[in-house]
Design a protein around this ligand. Structure first.
Ligand code: SAH
Length: 442
């Protein structure tokens, strides 16, 4: 539990957690902190991309004082870091040096120099932060940069746990496998046993029985994993056996309340196996406004995430893309319970950048494709493909799948191309919220 957290209402008010947000982008980490319900203060942000800084300021105007100018991490000094005295550093360093596309140049890539600078600062600052949360692509776990990070954590007496997690494990129908590390300075601990193995499952249960505020549930009665007291599993008076056996049964009592912390449309037909996760912060007086619906054992359908009233015309795939790339598209529809990771090249490059939506579901995609295969004539093929009304996810749909809160928006001046790029670089807010609560609670 961080020093500001307390359970006793007679104790002094909680001190906000001092967070330094490095590589702040459009503020995914800040959003996760806000969604966690934990009192916090962003003591500094560092980001060089001017468009990202504009979006950040648009969403966090109160933080403006600290983020008025794009700032390079290379300019952060040990003295300045010491003067900020953060409790927690949250960071997602550039991932290109660790991807195949970025040629995996690792520490040789100039884009890693700022991370190496941060590691130098961490090893020399008199009082390093009590906690660190770092996110990167899968691939980082085998890098030299990661070895250097572990070296500094060891030198500065941290305990840590590494993870490879995707939002699909949290009931979100979007893949985004990412490396995360939670680190905490000894003698503090994490609420589970750490190991050198990279965890590929979230180690705590987020889907336990109905709980009331303040209950200390240490173990889930369904799956017996340890559970977080701060994550309350409310909503439906269903039982584990019921959940397992009636996954396709639409039960009358499963209408959840309208989501508060997210702009998902309320599920009207949520299935019996679905249940909500309410993230409350134990001992804090503030009313939680973070209600995640659709935390399901199986990802919920994309219909929960799609815009209902947008003009789809601008998002339709061009004839050129249809003709040239129709065989490599990943096509989903509103009933699908999955979608591919959206990268920053989405809607600009086709291959491997994210799924597209079949907007017209009155016809069968497989039938159209088998017709297309038989056809010689290019214009005939195109005519058939057009009927599917294949379109890109809109930026707001991508943001929703990344669990950005409903209050997040882009300035009108940000183009769609910029929006996709910025979102593609960002994080899944639900996953990071869960990790952050885990880190703070231990
Ligand atoms: N977590 C962020 C995105 C991180 S992506 C979000 O939610 O949006 C990595 C970011 O690091 C990019 O936005 C990039 O512009 C920024 N960056 C790269 N090198 C940097 C440096 N030396 N100083 C500050 N920011 C840097």
């Amino acid at each position: 539990m961080h020093p500001g957290c307390h359970n006793d209402p007679n104790m002094a008010p909680a001190q906000p957690l001092r967070i330094l947000e490095l590589y702040s982008g459009i503020g995914g980490m800040h959003m996760a902190a806000k969604e966690s319900g934990v009192p916090f203060e962003i003591v500094g942000t560092y980001e060089i991309n001017t468009t990202a800084v504009e979006v950040y300021q648009h969403n966090f105007p109160d933080n403006g004082k600290r983020s008025t100018k794009p700032r390079n991490i290379m300019g952060l000094t040990t003295d300045h870091l010491a003067s900020l005295h953060p409790d927690l550093i949250m960071m997602s360093p550039p991932c290109q040096p660790f991807t195949r596309q970025g040629l995996k140049r690792d520490v040789e890539d100039a884009r890693t120099s700022s991370l190496l600078h941060v590691l130098d600062l961490l090893s020399s600052v008199p009082h390093p932060p009590k906690m660190i949360l770092l996110e990167n692509v899968s691939g980082f776990e085998t890098s030299i940069a990661r070895e250097k990070l572990i070296g500094v954590l060891t030198q500065r007496s941290y305990i840590w746990q590494e993870f490879l997690l995707s939002p699909t494990q949290f009931g979100v129908p979007n893949s985004r496998l990412r490396y995360y590390i939670l680190a905490k300075q000894k003698p503090a601990s994490l609420p589970f046993t750490t190991s050198n193995k990279i965890e590929e499952e979230f180690p705590l249960c987020l889907c336990v029985k109905e709980a009331s505020r303040g209950d200390d549930i240490n173990r889930c009665s369904w799956c017996s994993k340890p559970s977080l007291p701060t994550i309350h599993h409310v909503m439906y008076k269903t039982h584990a056996s019921h959940l397992q056996t009636t996954s396709h049964h639409h039960a009358a009592h499963t209408q959840p309340p309208a989501p508060l912390g997210n702009n998902l449309r309320p599920d009207t037909n949520i299935e019996c196996h679905s249940h909500s996760v309410e993230v409350l912060s134990r001992g804090h007086t503030q009313t939680p406004s973070h209600l995640y619906t659709t935390y399901t054992q199986l990802p919920s359908p994309l219909s929960n995430y799609l815009d209902s009233d947008t003009n789809m015309e601008p998002y339709l795939l061009s004839d050129k893309v249809l003709s040239k790339y129709h065989m490599i598209l990943d096509i989903v529809d509103s009933g699908s319970q999955r979608s591919c990771c959206f990268t920053k090249g989405y809607a600009h490059y086709v291959e491997g950048t994210g799924s597209v939506v079949q907007h017209n579901t009155s016809i069968s995609m497989s039938e159209i494709y088998s017709e297309v295969e038989k056809m010689e004539d290019e214009s005939g093929k195109l005519e058939l493909l057009r009927r599917l009304q294949l379109r890109y996810f809109t930026p707001s749909e991508v943001a929703r799948l990344m669990y950005f809160p409903g209050w997040f928006s882009f300035p009108d001046t940000t183009t769609d191309r910029q929006r996709y790029r910025l979102l593609g670089n960002s994080i899944n807010v639900l996953v990071v919220t869960c990790l952050l609560l885990t880190l703070i609670e231990g």
